[in-house]
Design a protein around this ligand. Structure first.
Ligand code: APR
Ligand code: PHB
Length: 415
């Protein structure tokens, strides 16, 4: 397959929806619009190889899986993904399994995010709709009847005009900056810690994901295959990846996950490393004029609980329905209500991610804070009601809007 999906074609000068960013949000949105017969152009700053290799969290909630499968994007995910019902929690020398499936009938699927991105890119290429890598958006003008996106390639700077612009350009993208700072309604929380992540050729520590809160800090033990583990260590926010040797990483992972009821952690060659800061961010205004934010462009969650990808997908479900209603049917009220429709689910995930983060990590605090953390862990282990509440969000709250496929949208499509 060519590394240039456009085979050298130029970016069109006009489209119905200009999408900035070819991450999970931009690519999923492009496909959901395609299914409604709507044109889009996706502009991506990085190379195809870069976005296809970017290692990120890989826990996909049931509603996200359902949407991807219904949209024809989930064949490999269903074949190769690992279906999990909950997670393990190990602390004070004892391992507990929190099985959420009985409460909701749902599962989480473990599947590398970059594998999903590869599937989404392949699907986009099949549609023959424009997707341009190495194309950086430098400015967005969201006003007027014809919003415009300014972009730069090796051939120089040009403008793409569109009926609507979607910034799906991640946390560090250009899109959010087009919304005046005083109307963004930003909510920010920074944690003084980061996650040092490894991908290693070793047997995963547990059959499903495992969190090990420890006085030294949290360790997380996940997987990408029967002999491929994905594991994380809580480290100080100012950590340099180079500060840690491979043996040091294994020693610390082993110490934090040791328990009387468990075999020692298997080690192996580390094939990838990553460092991710822990922060929560919400742009409470996800729409400004004809510009819409989706995914990390609008909100960031700390990695604990792996909600980022899932929020990106749920945003695109709401937004694709609203754009379809406006473009195919002239009904604009769903677009006007995009923020009001999407934000409550974002905040539910923020609440979950913040609770998981503050309960599982060793963070600065007094003895009382520590005792409350411990009490929360004990509740999760000891109370069905507490597990039900936690599991409902872990496995995935329903999307705010039912997906819309095909054109014209059916009369049954919900608001
Ligand atoms: N012009 C074009 N593309 C841009 C620009 C720009 N100015 N700025 C950023 N981008 C691209 C980035 O290179 C990236 O590929 O936008 C894309 C955004 O993709 P993601 O960061 O993957 O964000 P999103 O699609 O919202 O997916 C959210 O990503 O950060 C993880 O864990 C998070 O799983 C979540 C997921
Ligand atoms: C992952 O598998 O990447 C993962 C697992 C659990 C988390 C976050 C990420 O909480």
């Amino acid at each position: 397959m060519s590394s240039d999906p456009t085979h050298g074609a130029r970016v069109p000068s006009r489209t119905q929806v200009a999408i900035v960013g070819a991450g999970p949000a931009g690519l999923t949105l492009g496909h959901l619009l395609h299914l409604q017969g709507i044109d889009s152009v996706i502009l991506e700053r990085s190379s195809r190889a870069h976005v296809e290799q970017r290692l990120r969290a890989g826990i996909i909630e049931q509603p996200s899986v359902d949407l991807l499968v219904a949209a024809g994007l989930g064949d490999r995910l269903l074949r190769e993904g690992m279906r999990h019902s909950g997670f393990y929690l190990r602390y004070d020398d004892v391992t507990h399994y929190l099985d959420f499936h009985p409460y909701t009938g749902q599962y989480a699927t473990v599947y590398g995010q970059h594998e999903l991105v590869k599937d989404l890119i392949a699907a986009r290429i099949d549609t023959r709709r424009p997707l341009h890598f190495d194309t950086e958006v430098t400015a967005i003008a969201p006003s007027g009847p014809t919003p415009a996106v300014r972009y730069r390639t090796t051939a120089g700077e040009r403008t793409l005009e569109a009926d609507f612009v979607v910034a799906a350009d991640g946390f560090h993208g250009a899109g959010r900056a087009a919304i005046p700072a005083d109307v963004r309604g930003e909510l920010i929380r920074e944690y003084p810690v980061a996650w040092l992540g490894i991908l290693a050729e070793s047997t995963p520590a547990a059959p499903e994901g495992m969190y090990c809160p420890h006085p030294n800090g949290l360790s997380v033990h996940s997987m990408r295959g029967p002999r491929l583990s994905r594991q994380y260590l809580q480290v100080p926010a100012d950590t340099d990846l180079g500060d840690w040797s491979d043996p040091q990483i294994w020693d610390e992972l082993s110490v934090r996950c040791a328990a009387a009821d468990a075999v020692p952690l298997e080690t192996g060659p580390i094939v990838e490393r990553s460092l991710a800061p822990l922060r929560s961010y919400v742009c409470s205004t996800m729409q400004y004029k004809r510009l819409f934010l989706a995914g990390d462009a609008a909100h960031i969650v700390p990695p604990t609980g792996a909600k980022g990808l899932n929020l990106a997908i749920s945003d695109t479900c709401v937004l694709s329905h609203a754009l379809g209603a406006a473009i195919n049917h002239g009904i604009t009220e769903h677009l006007t209500r995009y923020t009001a429709t999407a934000l409550p689910r974002v905040m539910a995930a923020q609440r979950f991610s913040a609770l998981l983060t503050t309960t599982l990590h060793a963070l600065p605090g007094d003895g009382f804070t520590e005792a409350l953390r411990r009490a929360t862990l004990d509740r999760w282990v000891g109370s069905e009601a507490a597990r039900h509440e936690l599991g409902e969000v872990y496995l995935g709250l329903p999307f705010a809007t039912a997906p819309t496929f095909g054109t014209p949208i059916g009369a049954g499509a919900s608001a």
